[in-house]
Design a protein around this ligand. Structure first.
Ligand code: DGL
Length: 270
């Protein structure tokens, strides 16, 4: 009954941590495509090819349901995968929708027509590929009217986080926030649209100021997955073991992951 969690690298561990705390009896198989991270600077075809290869590996590990804990893959590849690639007995879900449902104050899975919501000025921080896809604005338009979104492509932040360079990552976050605030001085809410960014959430909040509500994905995805599995218990796959797979060097990736999650994580070669 395992569920797969995919990211280009380590960022999805923020989601893995939250889903495994929320659903302690479910085994999770994590796949980090560290050899090919970051995805945020790749084109859509490239992201699609890498993501489908990783998801196939998770199916092999007995996960019929895979969460793309990567906004870049959710934005650049998920729609194409769902439309023409995912077989009928499998599911691949992204991380955008739970975030937008929370921002627009909806119950999970509520597909009623778009309506006015409290947040009127929303700052979106994401990778260049996610921003270029406009997937966030597309999904938001299905659910809300009259929301002004200003998006900041945060080049370099994922690289700095993957390299474990917190000082560089912090400097980059502060400069991306400043750049956005020059264009939208008073956002009501900010979306951290990359699963690496919760690791820098306190810096985003500090740079944005206390008046801005910062939405980050991990707990929202965990709640929405718990709700989904209650409605679709048949989607728990045949796998029984939790594991961490990587396309990178398992030793190096394990050390960095351990540093991030502050508990020992052992990756094995995918
Ligand atoms: N953490 C991923 C995301 O949410 C991947 C970023 C990247 O690989 O550039 O977008």
């Amino acid at each position: 009954m395992a569920v797969g969690v995919f990211d280009s690298g380590l960022g999805g561990l923020t989601v893995l941590d939250a889903v495994s705390k929320r659903l302690p009896d479910v085994p999770f198989v994590y796949f980090g495509d560290n050899a090919h991270a970051p995805y945020g600077v790749r084109d859509a075809d490239d992201v699609y090819n890498l993501t489908t290869a990783a998801v196939e590996r998770l199916w092999e590990a007995g996960c019929d349901l895979v969460i793309l804990a990567c906004n870049t893959a959710s934005a650049a590849a998920l729609k194409r995968m769902q439309e023409s690639w995912v077989p009928k007995d499998k599911r691949v879900l992204g991380v955008f929708v739970p975030l937008i449902e929370a921002l627009t104050e909806r119950h999970w899975g509520d597909n009623s027509p778009p309506r006015e919501v409290a947040a009127k000025h929303v700052a979106l921080f994401a990778t260049p590929a996610t921003v270029a896809s406009r997937a966030f604005q597309r999904e938001l338009a299905f659910r809300a009217v009259g929301v002004d979104v200003e998006a900041q492509p945060c080049g370099g932040v994922v690289d700095a986080i993957e390299q474990g360079d917190e000082i560089l990552a912090e400097a980059m976050v502060r400069s991306h926030v400043e750049a956005l605030l020059r264009r939208m001085p008073h956002p009501d809410a900010a979306i951290l649209g990359c699963t690496h960014y919760p690791l820098m959430q306190h810096i985003f909040q500090d740079a944005l100021g206390d008046g801005v509500k910062v939405f980050s994905q991990a707990n929202l995805v965990a709640e929405s997955l718990a709700d989904y599995l209650e409605r679709h218990p048949d989607m728990l796959g045949s796998g029984t073991d939790s594991m961490f797979l990587t396309t990178g060097d398992p030793k190096k990736v394990s050390n960095k992951a351990t540093q991030f999650l502050k508990r020992r994580i052992e990756f094995q070669a995918a």
